[in-house]
Write a protein that binds this ligand. Structure first.
Ligand code: ZN
Length: 235
């Protein structure tokens, strides 16, 4: 079954991606859109899903050389075995024949790799989602013991900064997350946790230098990273 999945994925990688970074992201699209690794072929042959596959199906292009497919099978196998696709949360992509400003998927967050644009599946980032995440984190370990403010006392804002992933202000108390830099759900989560640590330093622990990345700040980062199984460098 895995062999078949690898073969199907290889055809998409061959036809749709030119470089390895593109192929890795395309693989993530195929795998994320599929029920599981075993059923990748269903996804690959889904009607009107991948242009190259459609053209092959209808004989509009000739079959690729066996050597090209073999090369891409190796990439496909590596992506599956190393779980590279987990790094990306993409579900859609298109090439530069479509202007991304037309926003064909109605999804604002994307990454450009060469001539390809990749889209994140999350619904448009809204303040109410950040608020909901905040409320969850506030009430569970390790933040629960710090008695953080109720979300009604905090303004949650989505910004379009290409300088800061997130910001924490005190007057008024505000947490901002950049939709430009937070590409994946993990980015949003890690950025929110980062800002919540600033908030904890300020609100619960009374640090004057709450906005600095001090030793005490990092002590909290390690604690949070451990609880949530995250990379502490990313928080
Ligand atoms: Zn910071």
């Amino acid at each position: 079954m895995l062999e078949l999945s690898v073969a199907c994925l290889a055809y998409v990688l061959h036809g749709e991606g030119a470089t390895l970074p593109q192929k890795e992201r395309i693989a993530s699209v195929v795998i994320n859109s599929s029920k599981n690794i075993e059923s990748l072929c269903d996804e690959v042959y889904r009607p009107n899903r991948y242009e190259y596959i459609e053209k092959l199906k209808y004989g509009q292009i000739k079959m690729p050389a066996r050597a090209d497919i073999l090369k891409n099978e190796i990439i496909a196998l590596k992506v599956i075995q190393n779980k590279t696709y987990l790094k990306y949360n993409y579900h859609y992509f298109h090439d530069d024949r479509i202007d991304p400003r037309r926003n064909p998927f109605r999804l604002p967050v994307k990454e450009q790799v060469g001539n390809l644009y990749f889209y994140w599946p999350m619904i448009i980032l809204k303040p109410k989602y950040i608020r909901a995440l905040y409320l969850g984190y506030k009430n569970i370990h390790p933040f629960d013991k710090y008695q953080l403010p109720h979300p009604r006392h905090i303004q949650f804002k989505v910004i379009a900064s290409d300088e800061f992933m997130g910001l924490f202000d005190v007057e008024p108390m505000r947490i901002c997350i950049s939709k430009t830099l937070c590409i994946t759900f993990n980015d949003v989560k890690e950025t929110l946790l980062h800002e919540m640590i600033h908030l904890t330093m300020y609100y619960s622990l009374g640090y004057k230098n709450y906005d600095e990345h001090s030793k005490d700040f990092y002590r909290l980062v390690y604690k949070v990273a451990k609880v949530y199984g995250l990379d502490n460098k990313k928080i």
